[in-house]
Each structure stands twice: as structure tokens, then as C-alpha cells.
Ligand binder design. Structure first.
Ligand SMILES: *Cc1c(COP(=O)(O)O)cnc(C)c1O
Length: 382
């Protein structure tokens, strides 16, 4: 059996390298490294793929979130509701914008905030909901948009982990995650479901006025050269990265399908294993399995992790600490109750290898090794 990797970017590269390197060659010849025509082509392709009216690419997913907040006419001290259990960028950009993050607890089955948990975090100063579609699964966007409508809030979707996942609405429509809020954001960090070969990000909106503003902010606040109308900064996607993404985007549906197959194999092989809870796809929602994340009961997570590592199975803990316990954000947040589920998840979650190159043999080996841990002395306290 070949070495098991947490992520494996090489297989896709080898399959697409001819096309990618031809595209790179053309950019090198033209020397249009910034804002080459490939960037505009990618923006159009992403708009067509997702159905979003406007797509603006930028330097990375964190910038995408930051630009989204800057585009919304918020005032210092306004509150933004973020998940307590998420990647740090969410709380970070809120603080950078002079705003106050308010953590909402997440659901233990989906790892996402819910309309109910978000509502409990609302105050008269709340202006924005920032749902994160974590690990590949969209939040209940119908519920979240209804909540936003009732309280007059903006919604910024952090879709860094769920590009290509569809929400299932009660009217039968299935719009893509990241296209439902006021603004959607994504990241093309190499390990995301659609990744480039460096940093990259994009912003989605159906609002013409906001799209213009977003484009200005990402380019020093200018629409025409040397006429600076708002405070912006420099956040652009390199032309070389746009080439990679233009080649990769058409494959995203197949790659997400390959991830679904991996997840289904894990779930079959690990069914009814005592000591772990398997991740669930919420009824109705698509799941594109950015991560396959177990919950390990009884304080055994770290020992299981070691057991697997010593048998050639890498794992990761996304995320070991909820945002409201992080030193950097702790004192900048307003707390609306203790996010108890987030705290429990931080102690229990364990993400297994997940990528498009995993073989059935590897998946079976990983499952058997996990079962052995619980069946043998591995599960006994030291
Ligand atoms: C990756 C990620 C980001 C940040 O994206 P970068 O491109 O690394 O800046 C933000 N939010 C979530 C949920 C992410 O997974």
C-alpha cells in the first residue's frame, strides 16, 4: 500500500500538468502577471458555475472576508455573529475591521451554526451574520436568511470549505452555497476542494452596487487609475493562479463526487464502531466533504490519534480550540452564553485523510486500524 497522506495534491497536478504548464507558458510570454485576461475568464467561469451575478477574485480567503466587511458600511463597535467553532480568520477579520465578534454555538451533528443559535447571539448592535459552511456542508441557509430578514442583518457566507455544495430549498431550488447571502467568500488555498498553487480567494454577490464597491476595495479603492474613492488595499489573484483555477474548475464536480465516495466508504467501514460518532450529512443538504471528521468520546481522541500515527495514518484536529478561548480574540468578543458544544467538539474532533487520491485499500486499512484501537488494549486507560 502506498503512503497515506492527509491531503495529496500531486495526483491532480500530474493529470493536469500539461494544460497548466501550457497556460503558464502563455502568461510568462505575455508578462501579464497582474490582471491578465485569465483572471477575468476565471471570474466569468465562477459566476457561470455558481450562478452568482458577480465574482471578484482576490488575494486569499481571509482578504475576501475582510473586503466583504469593508464593503458593508459598518460602524466601529457593530457586532458580527461568527461560529464559535471555526477557522480563526472569521474572528480575526471582524476585529481588524474594528467590529465585535459574537460567537454563536454550533450544532453537534453538522458542526455549523443554526438559525436558533445565531438568534441567541443577536443584540441591538448586531449588523452581520457570518455563517461558515464548515467541512463541506452548507448551513441551513433558508433559516439563516429568514432570520437575517427578520432582524435586518447582512449575511456574509464563509464558503472556503464548501465550494460546489448545493443548498436544498423548500421550493425545490438548489442554489450553491456562497451565493445566498449578501456576500459569499471563498478561498483557493491549495488544500481546499478547489485550490490553486499558492494563495487565492474570491467574493460572490448578486448586488451590482456591492460588486462595484468590492472590486474597488480589492484594488486600492480605485475604479480608474489614481482616483481613489474609498479606503481599500491591494488584494489580487495572480494571473498564474488564475491559469491553475481555470484548468481545475471544470473538474470540481467530479472531485467533490470522489470525496463523497471516500466519505461513503469511511461511513460503511466504520458503521457501528463503539467510541466514535461519524459525521452526518444533514437531511437535504449537499456535502462536499472538505473534511471527514469523527467525534471521539471519553477523552480518547489524542490517544487514537497517536495510535493511528504510529501505524502510518495521519490525522488532524480541526479545530483544537474554539475562537472564544483564543488569546487574540477572547477579550474582543461579546459573549452571549457559553458555546458548550463548540468547547466539547474542540476536545473530541478528529479529521481523517480526505482527498481525491485515496484508494479503497487505504480507506479499509484506516477503518480497520481505528476499530483495532477500540477492540484492543488501545481503548484501556493507561
Ligand atoms: C481556509 C479558510 C479561510 C481562509 O482562507 P485563506 O485563503 O487561507 O486566507 C477562511 N475561513 C475558512 C472556514 C477556511 O477554511
Amino acid at each position: 500500500m502506498t503512503e497515506i497522506r492527509m491531503v495529496d495534491l500531486r495526483g491532480q497536478y500530474l493529470r493536469l500538468r500539461g494544460e497548466i504548464e501550457r497556460g503558464w507558458g502563455a502568461v510568462m510570454e505575455s508578462c501579464r502577471f497582474i490582471n491578465g485576461p485569465e483572471v477575468g475568464e476565471l471570474e466569468l467561469a465562477l459566476a457561470e458555475f455558481t450562478g452568482a451575478r458577480h465574482v471578484v477574485t482576490c488575494g486569499n480567503g481571509t482578504d475576501a472576508l475582510r473586503i466583504a466587511l469593508m464593503a458593508l458600511d459598518l460602524r466601529p463597535g457593530d457586532e458580527v455573529i461568527v461560529p464559535a467553532f471555526s477557522y480563526a480568520a472569521c474572528a480575526e477579520v471582524v476585529c481588524l475591521a474594528g467590529l465585535v465578534p459574537v460567537p454563536a454555538d454550533v450544532d453537534s451533528a453538522t458542526f455549523n451554526i443554526t438559525p436558533q443559535s445565531a438568534e441567541r447571539a443577536i443584540s441591538p448592535r448586531t449588523r452581520v451574520l457570518m455563517p461558515v459552511h464548515l467541512f463541506g456542508q452548507p448551513c441551513d441557509m433558508e433559516g439563516i436568511m429568514a432570520l437575517a430578514g427578520r432582524y435586518g442583518l447582512h449575511v456574509i457566507e464563509d464558503n472556503a470549505q464548501s465550494l460546489g455544495a448545493r443548498c436544498r430549498n423548500s421550493d425545490g431550488k438548489a442554489p450553491f452555497a456562497g451565493t445566498l447571502g449578501t456576500i459569499g467568500c471563498t478561498s483557493f488555498f491549495p488544500t481546499k476542494n478547489l485550490g490553486c498553487y499558492g494563495d487565492g480567494g474570491a467574493i460572490f454577490t448578486n448586488d451590482d452596487r456591492l460588486a462595484r464597491r468590492i472590486r474597488m476595495i480589492a484594488n486600492h479603492g480605485q475604479e480608474e487609475k489614481y482616483s481613489h474613492r474609498v479606503i481599500g488595499f491591494n488584494s489580487r489573484l495572480d494571473t498564474l493562479q488564475a491559469v491553475v483555477l481555470n484548468v481545475k474548475l471544470p473538474h470540481l464536480p467530479d472531485w467533490n463526487e470522489a470525496r463523497r465516495r471516500v466519505a461513503a466508504m469511511y461511513s460503511d467501514s466504520l458503521a457501528a464502531t463503539e467510541g466514535i460518532t461519524l459525521p452526518q450529512a444533514a437531511r437535504g443538504a449537499d456535502h462536499v466533504w472538505h473534511q471527514y471528521t469523527l467525534r471521539v468520546a471519553g477523552n480518547e481522541r489524542d490517544r487514537l490519534r497517536q495510535w493511528l500515527a504510529s501505524r502510518g495514518v495521519p490525522t488532524m484536529v480541526y479545530y483544537p480550540m474554539p475562537l472564544h478561548m483564543q488569546e487574540a480574540y477572547r477579550h474582543r468578543m461579546r459573549m452571549a452564553g457559553t458555546p458548550e458544544v463548540a468547547e466539547r467538539l474542540a476536545a473530541e474532533v478528529l479529521s481523517l485523510p480526505m482527498h481525491t487520491e485515496l484508494t479503497q485499500n487505504q480507506i479499509e486499512y484506516i477503518a480497520v486500524t481505528i476499530k483495532e484501537f477500540f477492540a484492543t488494549s488501545g481503548a484501556c486507560p493507561e
